[in-house]
Design a protein around this ligand. Structure first.
Ligand code: SF4
Ligand code: SF4
Length: 432
């Protein structure tokens, strides 16, 4: 009985063989659950956890990869990427010029979307990404589990599902797992110090983070760059949180963004999508309008596989669509059907058959523009809001390649891919 004389939510009267539970009066204090030595009481509204068949799936064995890698593939250092060369290559045209170098000149021109406020909103958006190494102080050894975690490793058969759920919970829009192909690990960091990622770290969890459709549509204005920056900081948040969880579960987990390994091929391996003509990952739901976060781990989780039909359809579609090449302000994206084995600059990683974008001329435009550009993302026909109509079009491209040219024509006629008014975008934020 409670203080009002009503029966307790759980009542055991003389002669009863089991307690009577009044679910409507239960406050989920869980005292009875903790007290029962047989674990016989299940709180109201919950069901016993069930294992389902798909949780025990095997890793893909057919070995399908939707790209060709040359036999004389050589390891690549992060020090040769364009962003590192800004600081270490005095021969590079934009040596010691960061992407905001031209911002003041652009601000002085009073062009919509190029205001000081938008610039500062963009540069502030990078704060979490740029400070993530401070959040994870150097003394943290990510190749080891969290020392405060229990010695018992979580070996639940639901681990793959659970970790993907956690990634979504922390904010990922899309999650996949791949076995680590060590060719995609950078041999050294921007200072040419070896990474030395142990062989036991054999899985990568790849997470796509969707960027705002309307914001990216304002590219190359600062308002679009602000969305890029936000995407990077969201990556940092997700990869740090997920790594912390994995290390608590008793495994190693190395959070990484664009560092440590090549994001696009790992995302392809993890079944997130396919590389496009513009060199960016194209996902089914959001097209190229994503950023990619990763966690390298030794957790025994199952790998996904690329969707062969989708990957092949993307390459076919890109062969006839050149919208990214046309709208690129620096003309850094190649035209034509021919895939090559190497690009024109030191920052192009040779040995993969693909369209090679020129990162030097691309970066030079960013410097002149005073911020990152996303015209190639904005104009790509795969970049649509994730709705029923878009999913139908993706399905059509997968199954009826003869429709590709018609779809591209329709895309143009409907005005997709054109720059949207940055001021209207800013005004719309208040109404969201
Ligand atoms: S980011 Fe802009 S400049 Fe660079 S390749 Fe894409 S469209 Fe061209
Ligand atoms: S814009 Fe066209 S060619 Fe470029 S990546 Fe997208 S689909 Fe391919």
């Amino acid at each position: 009985m409670d203080v009002h004389g009503d029966p307790s939510p759980l009542t055991f009267n003389e002669g009863d063989t089991a307690p009577k539970i009044y679910q409507d009066d239960c406050t989920q204090c869980m005292m009875c659950v903790r007290a029962c030595p047989l674990d016989a009481i299940i709180p109201s509204g919950t069901k016993k956890r069930k294992e389902t068949k798909h949780l025990t799936k095997k890793d893909p064995e057919d070995g399908y990869v939707p790209y060709e890698v040359s036999e004389d593939w050589e390891d690549f250092s992060e020090a040769d990427t364009i962003f590192a060369r800004v600081h270490n290559d005095s021969e590079f045209k934009n040596y010691q010029q960061n992407e905001w170098h031209g911002a003041d000149a652009m601000i002085s021109k009073n062009i919509p979307g190029y205001g000081k406020f938008e610039h500062d909103m963009s540069s502030a958006g990078w704060t979490l990404y740029d400070s993530r190494r401070n959040i994870n102080p150097k003394k943290t050894d990510f190749t080891k589990p969290d020392p405060s975690s229990s010695d018992i490793k979580d070996k639940s058969p639901t681990l793959t599902r659970d970790i993907k759920r956690a990634a979504r919970f922390y904010g990922a829009s899309h999650v996949g797992v791949a076995k680590i192909d060590r060719r995609w690990l950078y041999s050294s960091n921007r200072e040419r110090e070896e990474y030395n990622i142990p062989e036991t770290i054999n899985r990568v969890i790849v997470m796509a983070v969707e960027m705002d459709y309307e914001g990216i549509a304002t590219s190359p204005a600062f308002t679009s760059a602000a969305n890029t920056a936000l995407g990077y900081s969201q990556m940092a948040f997700i990869e740090i949180e997920l790594s912390a969880l994995i290390r608590k579960l008793g495994y190693s987990a190395i959070p990484c963004g664009n560092d440590m390994s090549l994001s696009v091929p790992q995302a392809v391996d993890a079944g997130l999508g396919m590389i496009g003509r513009h060199g960016i990952l194209i996902t089914k739901k959001y097209g190229p309008r994503v950023r990619i976060a990763k966690v390298l781990t030794d957790m025994p989780i199952h790998a996904d596989r690329p969707d062969k039909k989708f990957c092949e359809s993307v390459t076919r579609f890109c062969e006839v669509c050149e919208k990214c090449a046309t709208t690129c302000p620096s003309q850094s994206i190649p035209y034509g059907k021919t895939l090559t084995w190497k690009g024109e600059t030191r920052s192009n990683i040779p040995g993969v058959k693909k369209w090679y974008v020129n990162p030097e001329t691309c970066y030079n435009f960013w410097v002149e523009n005073g911020s990152e550009c996303s015209n190639c993302i904005r104009s790509c026909p795969y970049n649509k809001k994730n709705n029923f109509f878009h999913r139908i079009i993706v399905w059509v491209t997968k199954n009826f390649s003869w429709m590709d040219r018609i779809i591209i024509k329709m895309d143009d006629l409907m005005g997709y891919g054109k720059q949207k008014d940055p001021q209207k975008y800013l005004d719309s934020i208040e109404k969201q």
